[in-house]
Write a protein that binds this ligand. Structure first.
Ligand SMILES: [Zn+2]
Length: 56
């Protein structure tokens, strides 16, 4: 289980998503595309969020 807050990635945005890494990657990517016009590489996000998971 990971928790990702958009604000932590440099946006003035309160979007938050929790769930499995894969689920969070999907939702976070979709949010970024729609709200911030940015599409991340899924593998990069996956790696980033998996690090969050292990550090908790
Ligand atoms: Zn956002």
């Amino acid at each position: 289980m990971v928790r990702v807050v958009c604000h932590d990635y440099g946006y003035d945005c309160e979007f938050m998503v929790t769930g499995d890494v894969d689920e969070v990657v999907e939702k976070y990517n979709q949010h970024n595309e729609e709200e911030h016009g940015i599409e991340y590489v899924k593998e990069d996000l996956q790696q980033r969020f998996m690090e969050l998971e292990t550090s908790q």
